[in-house]
Ligand binder design. Sequence first.
Ligand code: T1G
Length: 695
Amino acid sequence: MVDYKVVGSVAFLEVNNPPVNALSLSVRVGFVEGIERANKDKAVKAIIIIGSGSTFISGADIKEFGKPMRGPGLVEVGERIETSEKPVIAGIHGNALGGGLEIALFSHYRIALKNARVGFPEVLIGILPGAAGTQRLPRVTTVPVAMDLIASGRHVAAPEALKYGILDWVVEKDLPSECIKLAYNIIGKPLHDRRLRNRPVTPVENFAAVYDAALAKVTRRSKGFIAPVKCLQAVKAAVTAESYAAGLKEEGRLFMDLMKSGQARALQYAFFAERATARWQLPTGENYKTCKPLPIKTIGVIGAGTMGSGIAVTALRAGLSVTLVEQERKFLDRGVAMIKSVLEGSVRLNKLSPKAMQKSMSLLKPTVSMDDLRDVDLVIEAVFENLDLKKQIFGKLDKICKAETILCSNTSSLDIDKIASATERPGRVAGMHFFVPAYVMRLLENVYGKATSGTTVATIMQLGKKLGQVSVLVGTCNSFVANRTMSKYGSQATFLVEEGSLPQEVDQVLTDFGMPMGTFAVGDLSGLDIGWNIRTEIAKAQGMNLTFATRYMGGDQYSSLSDRLVQKGRIGRKVGKGWYKYDKPNGKVATPDPEVTQIVLDHCKELGIQRHKISPQEVVERTMYAAVNEGFRCLEDGVAAKPEDIDVCWLLGFGFPRYQGGPMFYASQVGLRNVYDKICQFHERFPNQSIWMPS
Ligand code: T1G
């Protein structure tokens, strides 16, 4: 897995371990053999380490984690490189990440292509650079830069890495020949100072203050997540230990602490779970291997509201031409303005070049006529959540669009089979459910109906990846998988407030658990009137008379607490009051509102509910296990294919703390037996809440 070839007086050690040249056992052994062979080879005067294929080395092989380490460890490999008598050059293209960057830092010189990137992403999988990275980075760059890169895990473009001193040269092209040129320049030069172990850590003024500031930033950004803190402690060891060897020992101790932690297991699970979603299968047996996607170059988006415009942005950024349809010119103009301002925002944040923005805008074709969708390859409808309206639109699209056009709805809850029934092409109808804002949230819930074909699924799964989303394939059912499991979590939170807690208390427990926002704060953000509208639609469809005394909705026990707020005009942040009161309409500062407490007390009195104290532990169990039980029901129903898909929905759709892996992974860590027993207890306590019927 490490090919050896000599060109003139230079030996190339070419890492050949597709797809990302991870440092698997065979690569580590290959390095040891290659360095030894080159040092014995009289013809060889310098050694170049380079990656074959699209990249240098992307790190240790995460698939080997949790198994007994075999063969030479990465530090041992690194030390063979560093102590080599002949100079070793790391020639970097693509990525030099994690152990890959560590191999480069054990090399004596580092040269990279301009579009290469380096970084220490170990923290993102719950560990830290465990092959001397935390000890050697602060010997080539400043301690603050080393702490930032190691604790954030961010990738650094080659020119920036050159500025930091991590790279010695950056070249435009022809990396192998540039490496050879460099080799001939450095042959014979002394290597002592090129061995980073011999270099002192870059001196830093008032390290205690620098360290405290970095620690404060890290703990503020990711409360409860331990890896970033240990990353800083490892860099601190580089600064304070009496020798490189002592610092390395401390790094190893901290590394093992993290490696054994549940958070690292959860993060590594999440890493692979996100990638496993691409390996989908339909109940018909058609799957990602047997179905080929159709090429999509032009798409139509119907509806220029928040969702439609957001979806248009993701497609424009991916280089697709977008025909944006809105009935009324003034709404269309507003949508175009929204798209423009989002793209301008990306330019301001240096995420998009002005040229790329112009190109994106040139691909946008706003129109008030659906006839302009005649030739597009795929349409995404994003209009008001009303089944009749959607069926009407799909009926029209069926007549307007060419036969092979795929028709998708961004619906968040309506039955894809019902929508497809309005067309003559049910095989080409599916759901593409984006999360608001579509150009930020990476979750795309792709929904298949009974008739959706494998080709259609393959096409929308690939389109999702092209749009920068992580596509999760689910079967059609009410609210699909993400919102269906989330709604159980949310309804338990409301019952907890009825039974004795308060919105701010429940939210505090959930944010302490690691959720980015409490469920009541989220309700205020999206607007309590949305839930009210959906419930009145359901009540109308079922001929129910919805009152505050209603305790059953769709067969399940239901609390009218949020409807009481809506009736008092407290529909959320946009009006400055909902479950909380805000400093101003659309204000960000939420404070508990005694008026809401009174509404809750009055509601409970009217319904004769005896309130009692509720422990934080019960808040976590009631909300999370409701979601978990519903998740297992989604697996039973077959609408979710595997637990990983449910976890990815929560990680990317609702910001579930990544270091807990997702609700299903979290339940497995608690122990499914324990979760089951708890659910049975809740089932006895709440016989009227069907959610507690154990899956
Ligand atoms: N080990 C094993 N498999 C890996 C891998 C890795 N490091 N990186 C990627 N893969 C697999 C991935 O699962 C997928 O497999 C395929 O490669 C393509 O990946 C001591 C201990 C490099 C930026 O954390 O960030 O070094 O699903 O779809 O979008 O200090 O992969 O096809 O079967 O993501 O082009 C540190 C993790 C390890 C880098 C490429 N390194 N990888 O992205 O492809 S710990 C990382 C990535 C370490 C040392 C420590 C990305 C990428 P499959 P992909 P991509």
